[in-house]
Design a protein around this ligand. Sequence first.
Ligand SMILES: [Fe+2]
Ligand SMILES: [Fe+2]
Length: 179
Amino acid sequence: MDIGIQEQKKKAGSGSCFQKDHQEFLQKSESLHQVFKNICYEGKLLLGRNLRRAGCLLQFFETRFVKHLEAEEKVLYPFIETHIPRYASVILFFHREHKDLQETLGELRQIVEKLQGNQNYLRNKKLIETIQWKGAYFNHLLRSHIKTEVETVLYAFDRELRREERQELLEELRQYQLH
Ligand SMILES: [Fe+2]
Ligand SMILES: [Fe+2]
């Protein structure tokens, strides 16, 4: 194989630790969105089961997703910003989106707990509506956040950093055990 192509393939794989996480987050976020729709439309008989599913999916985001955000905020973003300063403004925006995503997760968790504490379907109509649109918001924001990360900081990771810089960054990221 041509050396140039080999090198390109190697470069393209550098940000894959983030990309594998992203694929999983998109899948789980879609499932979460679906469970919230089910809570809304499947009625009181399946409410308990749907709430348990929502609780498990939220727990996934509260652990794996939060760890991913930490790796980006503490290692990836500062590294890219230092080496390629023109990404500073988009990185500022990413911090804001992380905060928004985490706040929305916290609100979804609170609603799930409230519904688990009182499963009276009719009395909770308002909360059930809220959980559905907040779930849709989370799903939408996550998708657009990931898409922009791929087009900016992960593009920079794979294509704009020098080989030694990429190695250094991968080394710093090792402690986060991304996939
Ligand atoms: Fe992010
Ligand atoms: Fe990310």
